[in-house]
Ligand binder design. Structure first.
Ligand SMILES: Nc1ncnc2c1ncn2[C@@H]1O[C@H](COP(=O)(O)OP(=O)(O)OP(=O)(O)O)[C@@H](O)[C@H]1O
Length: 638
């Protein structure tokens, strides 16, 4: 089957048929950027059946990578062999598994995906620096944002002090010493946080030209989706991945959708990219998603941002004008009235298709409040957010065992499996006892935990059998797939033998479903035979454990989380000063970068609309008097 390009418009077709060299596809929301990217990759695979080169497609979230994979799989067979469609973080993890030994990393490094673990590591660095006794009290919790910033800007250890000084940070010398120790500890402990993954991969590419050349050979074509979100470290990685000879970099981006400035994204980066790669620029002004009336207010709003790409074309609506206006604006005295109006309106107009609606707000607080109002009004809804860890006892235990098998002296994992085993089996095992036992034998906490559990006479015969037979499989690294099979069988039989634990299993079904889904994605990316225990754990740590959304419920998203998505009916709530735009942006002033970013937030929110857009605001929110958002005026709505 040939990839059918007949549905593409002329500009899209030009982008899809782009052959060699650097190209920037600069286009607004709903203009088919992702479509163009996936069609181009598919076309290239189809046109080169005898070739072996692979195409690297980079995105920022696993969800976006999975979507890219799905779309390409639907267009061409065997796409998996010819592509690597992944996130920046996952690509860097892969690079470090293969070559991280140059920096003292072992391939089974773990990933610090939780803020608490990063803070603990920074506390250790601070302690090591001997600053605890100083007059100023430093804590990991307070300083972790500064360390994150240094990593996002890929600041090398020797430049950290100057960088911090340039940012007017008074404690620059001492914080840069913490930064140095923090990075050192990550290597020593064979654990990297997200920023560390990128920084260490970057260091590797900078230091080892042969690795860079190998990447150029394997991936002569590189594509990036949503480029506008790249922070400086990621951008630097990209500059190394692209061969300087062929410069085959294909990037899709929208400078009007940069909403991750706080995470290191920057409008200047798009300009830098065009200059660094001498890029040709192709625009896709036609919008296929929104009603023309929404396009009109979106164009009005974004024209107030002065820092946009020069010559950016206006969005043009492809849909036709409908009889009934798709935009509704509602004003209330109190936020509570606003929230209950949204609930009632959704029930009245869209009761049969709740999941086709979305409620968007600038902050989580507004969404949490609206969800409680929805509950009172009998509207099923859910808050869409990332979930870093499994939390129910069965999956918490299982994940802990796998991690402990991978990292044999991880006290935190031992603590977790002791805690969850108590919930599962009612047997309390002491972390310190197990650690001392392990110290007198082989130092292996997992084996010591197993011995301690088996010594207990209260243990059920089923559990005894499972621990005797299956823990060796994982602790001797024989077959973790078989271990997982046995473990799930054991867990499935637990509720019957321990009915008192029923409540702890309420989340199990949902978390097991998420687990199965994640395993399926990881297997699709790497192939089952290629997956080692450490690769599995690393990929799990990079992915959200959020459950599949319920079918008959209204999704409630922060604007940030709604990026790249589209919905029939959008309810944008809380459009008041101090919310959208935020208080912090107002403080910085009308021309500030922060205010421009807030305007882009509003732009992203309204351009998720496929059919109708309801905007609401109130004069009092959480007890405070609020003015209508300036963006209402800029859109010509008040
Ligand atoms: N040529 C086309 N004909 C019909 N529909 C199209 C065409 N191009 C894009 N679309 C539709 O427009 C919508 C937006 O496309 P896509 O998700 O690729 O846009 P995008 O530019 O990546 O959006 P965003 O920047 O908001 O993420 C999708 O529903 C897509 O199917």
């Amino acid at each position: 089957m040939m990839v059918d390009l007949s549905s593409l418009n002329e500009n899209q077709l030009n982008a899809v048929q782009w052959q060699e060299g650097p190209l920037l596809v600069l286009a607004g929301p709903g203009s088919g950027k992702t479509r163009v990217l996936t069609y181009r990759i598919s076309r290239m695979i189809e046109e080169s059946p005898d070739k072996h080169f692979r195409i690297l497609g980079l995105t920022f979230t696993n969800k976006a990578a999975a979507e890219m994979r799905e779309r390409i799989d639907a267009l061409v067979p065997n796409a998996g062999e010819r592509t690597l469609l992944t996130t920046f973080h996952s690509f860097c993890a892969d690079l470090l598994r293969q070559h991280g030994h140059h920096q003292g990393l072992r391939p089974d490094f773990s990933i610090l995906s939780q803020q608490a673990d990063r803070q603990a590591l920074l506390d250790e660095a601070i302690f090591k620096a001997g600053e605890k006794n100083n007059e100023v009290f430093y804590t990991g919790e307070r300083l972790i944002p500064v360390i994150t910033r240094l990593l996002d800007y890929s600041i090398s250890i020797d430049k950290a002090e100057t960088f911090l000084q340039s940012q007017n940070i008074r404690e620059a010398p001492i914080i840069s010493s913490f930064y140095s120790l923090y990075r050192q500890l990550m290597i020593e402990k064979n654990s990297l946080d997200f920023g560390g993954l990128i920084s260490e991969a970057l260091f590797l590419l900078e230091q080892k030209p042969s690795i860079k050349k190998q990447v150029h050979r394997i991936y002569p074509y590189i594509c990036v989706d949503e480029f506008q979100d790249t922070n400086l470290s990621q951008y630097k990685i990209l500059t190394h991945l692209v061969s300087p000879v062929t410069k085959n970099l294909f990037v899709v981006a929208d400078d009007d959708q940069i909403i991750y400035q706080w995470n290191g994204a920057n409008p200047e980066r798009l300009k830098e990219l065009q200059k660094d790669f001498e890029m040709k620029v192709l625009q896709l002004p036609e919008n296929y998603r929104c009603p023309p009336e929404v396009i009109d207010i979106a164009n009005k709003l974004i024209s107030h941002n002065l820092n946009r790409s020069a010559d950016k074309e206006l969005l043009q609506a492809n849909k036709s004008i409908s009889k009934e206006s798709p935009i509704h604006v509602h004003f209330f005295d109190e936020w509570e009235e606003e929230a209950s109006w949204v609930a009632k309106d959704i029930l009245k107009r869209h009761e049969k298709s709740l999941n086709k609606c979305v409620v968007l707000a600038r902050t989580r607080r507004l969404l949490e409040s609206i969800i409680s109002v929805f509950e009172k009004n009998g509207v099923p809804s859910y808050l869409a957010m990332r979930k870093d860890e499994f939390v129910g006892a069965p999956m918490f235990w299982l994940h802990g065992v796998l991690r402990l098998a991978n990292s044999r002296q991880d006290r935190e994992q031992l603590r977790r499996i002791c805690k969850s085993f108590y919930t599962l089996e009612g047997i309390n095992l002491d972390v310190n006892d197990i650690m001392s036992q392990a110290a007198t034998e082989d130092g292996d906490y997992l084996r010591a935990w197993q011995r301690a559990a088996l010594q207990r006479s209260e243990i059920s015969s089923e559990t005894r059998l499972f621990l005797e037979q299956s823990i060796p499989k994982i602790s001797d690294r024989l077959d973790f797939w078989k271990f997982l099979e046995d473990a799930f069988q054991w867990i499935d039989n637990l509720p019957e033998s321990h009915p008192q634990n029923e409540e702890f299993f309420s989340e199990y079904k949902e978390e097991k479903e998420t687990w199965d889904q994640l395993i399926m994605e990881i297997v699709a990316q790497y192939g089952r035979d290629q997956i080692t225990l450490h690769l599995l754990l690393q990929e799990l740590d990079l992915r959200s454990k959020a459950p599949k959304p319920p079918k008959h419920a209204v999704p409630c998203f922060t604007i940030h989380a709604s990026k790249g998505m589209e919905f029939d009916h959008v309810y944008l709530v809380g459009l008041v000063e101090d919310q959208l735009p935020s208080w912090a942006a107002i403080k910085k002033g009308d021309d500030s970068h922060e205010m421009q970013e807030e305007r882009r937030n509003c732009f992203v929110a309204i351009t998720r609309t496929q059919e109708s857009l309801s905007i609401s605001y109130s004069s009092r929110v959480f007890g405070y008097t609020k003015e209508p958002s300036r963006f209402l005026k800029e859109m010509g709505l008040v």
